[in-house]
Design a protein around this ligand. Structure first.
Ligand code: PLP
Length: 410
């Protein structure tokens, strides 16, 4: 079990009072900041002064650094065991910002072929068309194929700790070694596994998050974060060449404040998401329903997750059921939402209620039929983000009832 304890690190980072000694941090809603001495302004523009300790805690303009967003960034850095972190307006802008900072025009990325559809489209379509940054997609569990995909121009190896939607777990220490021996950085999306896995502790260089999901937990805010070295975060905020500074996906300080109120119970929520997902996965497997869940002993990366993960937070809140085909997947979700009130037919994850979507026609629909086949994503795969409302037995009876109605229990 890793010695790094993200909950202890977060508790230490949260000891930050608001104005007037408030137990919550204050919302600094200003977009611009005064300097008391005119000489300070050029010093900030030249990077001699800045928001960090070395820079004397000087702020300039809200798209550069905002104190409230900066505090949330420090809390995310603590959770991930990073030197620094900064938060963005979405998970996609965190991913795009990190990749654009690490890769120049015409350079190359090696990426897992099983990642969130938006990330896939960014790498597969947008970046090559707009920047000439090309990506080779590989099966991230085939380490020889990963190594073979590198070229002299490869700057980044990109994957998700636990892949969307198939829940494949990446062998981060092995991937870090492959990337580092070839002069590239390992960038990991840890959206599915906050607290469960801390990728930087296993060799990753940069961690990105969609805070929209588990981290926030209420499906009411779109947000993202990038964590890494202080140098890297400062590069992204550079006035001349910083991807976040110049593309401007700035998080609103009010959103940062809201999220900071939810991080303290992320641990409790992850424990309960995982506990319920594990119970349902065990029972579904016993009923011979085709279920994917990394907490099941026969999952191909079950042992790896136990090695990399913090067991206290379980194997995550997502499970997938293969309903066989799209028609049955749709009927299953409709029944679960409209008759049984088990959860909602909606994309996203990490909400307190259960969210269900058929990946091939929703959050992985950016992949072509061939890409879906290569990634091994079946047409009838229903991804479920298991919520913690209602009782376990109430939700189980709703789930099994729908499966029986559609003859999905063998
Ligand atoms: N990364 C993963 C693994 C996701 O599932 C998603 C969205 O579903 C994103 C990134 C994008 O995050 P956002 O919607 O906050 O931009």
């Amino acid at each position: 079990m890793p010695t790094f304890d993200p909950i202890e690190a977060l508790a230490a980072a949260r000891h930050e009072f608001g104005e007037h000694g408030g137990v919550n941090m204050s919302i600094e809603a200003s977009t611009t900041f005064t300097v008391m001495d005119a000489e300070m302004m050029p010093a900030i523009f030249q990077g001699r002064r800045g928001p960090d300790e070395a820079g004397g805690g000087c702020y300039l303009y809200g798209r550069h650094f905002n104190p409230t967003v900066y505090v949330l960034g420090r809390q995310m850095a603590a959770l991930e065991g990073a030197q620094a972190g900064y938060c963005t307006a979405s998970g996609m802008s965190a991913i795009a910002g990190a990749l654009l900072q690490l890769c120049g025009a015409g350079e190359h990325i090696v990426a897992s072929n099983t990642i969130y559809g938006g990330s896939f489209a960014l790498l597969h379509d947008f970046l090559p068309e707009k920047t000439g940054i090309r990506t080779t997609f590989v099966d991230i569990t085939d380490h020889e194929a990963v190594a073979r995909a590198f070229t002299e121009r490869t700057r980044v190896l990109y994957c998700e700790t636990m892949a969307n939607p198939l829940l494949t777990v990446a062998d981060l220490p092995r991937l870090a070694e492959i990337a580092h021996t070839r002069g590239a950085k390992l960038v990991v999306d840890n959206t599915f596994t906050p607290l469960i896995v801390a990728p930087l502790q296993h060799g990753a260089d940069v961690v990105v998050h969609s805070l929209t999901k588990f981290a926030n937990g209420a499906s009411d805010i779109i947000a993202g974060a990038v964590c890494g070295t202080n140098e890297f975060i400062m590069q992204m905020m550079d006035l001349h060449r910083g991807s976040l500074m110049l593309l401007g996906p700035t998080m609103d300080p009010r959103a940062a404040f809201e999220i900071s109120l939810r991080l303290p119970h992320l641990g409790l929520r992850m424990v309960e998401h995982s506990r319920r997902a594990q119970i349902f996965a065990n029972r579904l497997h016993e009923q011979k329903v085709p279920v994917i869940y990394p907490g099941l002993p026969h999952h191909p990366q079950h042992a790896l997750l136990r090695k990399l993960g913090n067991a206290a937070y379980g194997a995550g809140g997502i499970l997938c059921i293969d309903a066989g085909d799209l028609r049955r997947a749709n009927a299953f979700m409709e029944l679960l939402q409209n008759k049984d009130r088990f959860g909602y037919m909606a994309v996203s994850l990490g909400y307190f209620d259960t969210l269900m979507s058929c990946s091939a026609v929703s959050t992985s629909s950016e992949l072509s039929a061939d890409d879906l086949k290569r990634a091994g994503i079946p047409q009838g795969l229903v991804r479920m983000s298991i919520g913690y409302t209602g009782s376990v037995e109430q939700r189980w009876s709703q789930l099994i009832d729908a499966l029986r109605t559609l003859n999905l229990v063998r």
